[in-house]
Write a protein that binds this ligand. Structure first.
Ligand code: PLP
Length: 426
């Protein structure tokens, strides 16, 4: 009998590297252990604590011990449907809401259930394409342009779909966007929704950063293409609860067949999300004045710090798209190609490595998000500060301005300054 060996590995997994985000975090921790000062602009985690009333709801639900229905706690699914109605004017039935252990897991199950080509605007978040690869599915990267803030254009979707009109396709559209920080206007979403409808493309609207739109706006493509759009959100970003692992999908009635398939996959894999977490999530999605106040402060801090970073990097020679929401910046340093090339830095992975080595600032290369290797783009998750302290200061009435950033987000400000000095040594 042959001994157990890697030759028995599913070939979709063979050679698959670990997630780029986790890899940079491990490398940063290693340098920290060596005594280096590291500015963690790599991992995309909210710096803010979970709102106290949501924490209290979790404490109160600690005794909940029963398995819950695979689609989720009915009260939570109601709260999510109300949330979508309140935030975006979407009419979604609670019956077609599915709760999962993070939206990432639900995305994997959606890709498992829907046999089609995956379409991703370049750049897109790091995990969509690897999930497709794990499932043996094909990914097509749709080009975008920095001059158009990396937004997918309806004509690009038309051109791609025209080649094989009958092919089933899934487009994942994420706004505010990780990695770019860009959102679409309502008019742009209307045009994209119309294009998706023309080609019967299934759309997954990844709105996990929706409540972190810096202006508090929340247009959704589901308003324009309701019958073909699954909306995804969760507690990880706006509620600061990434480690709680709770994500939700909402389906239109026309896609009940898909929701039902996901529910079956749920019963055969994770069974149901942890009961106490689901009970606490009811409180988060119901919202109220305390959560609104929390979100207003989070957005203002993120907007002020992000604008400062954007400006600093622009002055250092970076080109950046507009900043609408979330906590990421995506500068392109291609204008410094000659100088950087002279230092042997001709692609984004080399740039990231050298930047980390020489400044201590940990970032991710544009290649991790589907950008071409020769392009000198980086993703910065600019939230390297004590969010609890910053939030307390904002709540006590401190004005959120440049001086606030120096007092409460000093490591992020320092990291931007180090990058600027490195790219443009005087
Ligand atoms: N979508 C985007 C764009 C993200 O950045 C993330 C997390 O980093 C996720 C989805 C997954 O979030 P979760 O699985 O925590 O709900």
């Amino acid at each position: 009998m042959a001994p157990l060996s890697p030759s028995s590995l599913n070939r979709n997994l063979a050679g698959q590297p670990p997630s780029a985000t986790l890899a940079i975090n491990e490398r940063s921790n290693e340098l920290i252990r060596q005594g280096r000062r590291i500015f963690k602009f790599g991992l995309g985690q909210s710096p803010f604590p979970v709102p106290p009333m949501v924490v209290a709801a979790l404490q109160a639900a600690a005794h909940e011990k029963d398995y819950l229905p695979a689609r989720g706690l009915p009260a939570l699914r109601e709260a999510v449907a109300d949330y979508l109605q309140r935030r975006q004017g979407l009419r979604r039935a609670a019956q077609q809401v599915i709760v999962g252990p993070g939206s990432k897991e639900l995305m994997f199950l959606l890709q498992l259930a829907f046999a089609g080509e995956l379409l991703l605007p370049s750049p897109s978040w790091v995990s969509y394409a690897p999930q497709a690869r794990l499932l043996g599915r094909q990914t097509t990267w749709l080009p975008t342009d920095l001059a158009q803030d990396y937004k997918l254009q309806p004509g690009t979707l038309d051109a791609h779909c025209a080649a094989a009109p009958a092919a089933p396709r899934l487009l994942i559209l994420n706004y505010p966007n990780n990695p770019t920080g860009v959102s679409y206007t309502d008019a742009e979403l209307a045009a994209l929704g119309a294009a998706a409808r023309r080609h019967n493309v299934l759309v997954l609207a990844d709105e996990i950063y929706g409540d972190l739109d810096h202006a508090g706006a929340a247009p959704s493509i589901a308003r324009h293409y309701p019958e073909g759009t699954v909306v995804s959100t969760g507690l990880s970003k706006w509620c600061g609860a990434g480690g709680w692992r709770l994500g939700v999908f909402s389906f239109p009635p026309e896609l009940e067949w898909l929701a039902a398939a996901l529910a079956v996959a749920a019963t055969e894999t994770f069974t149901a999300v942890s009961a106490p977490i689901q009970h606490a999530a009811v409180c988060a999605f119901r919202g109220g004045t305390e959560i609104e106040r929390y979100l207003t402060h989070c957005r203002t801090i993120l907007r002020t710090l992000g604008s400062h970073g954007r400006q600093t990097l622009e002055q250092a020679g970076g080109r950046l798209p507009r900043l609408d929401g979330g906590f990421y910046l995506f500068p392109d340093f291609s204008s410094l190609r000659e100088t950087l090339g002279g230092r042997g830095l001709v692609d984004s992975p080399a740039l990231v490595e050298k930047l980390l080595e020489e400044t201590g600032v940990a970032t991710l290369p544009g290649t991790a998000f589907g950008r071409p290797p020769g392009e000198l783009t980086l993703r910065l998750s600019y939230v390297n500060f004590d969010g609890a302290a910053a939030l307390r200061a904002a709540e006590s009435g401190e004005v959120i301005d440049g001086a606030f950033l120096w007092r409460h987000c000093a490591d992020s400000v320092e990291a931007f300054a180090r990058m600027a000095r490195w790219f443009r040594p005087s």
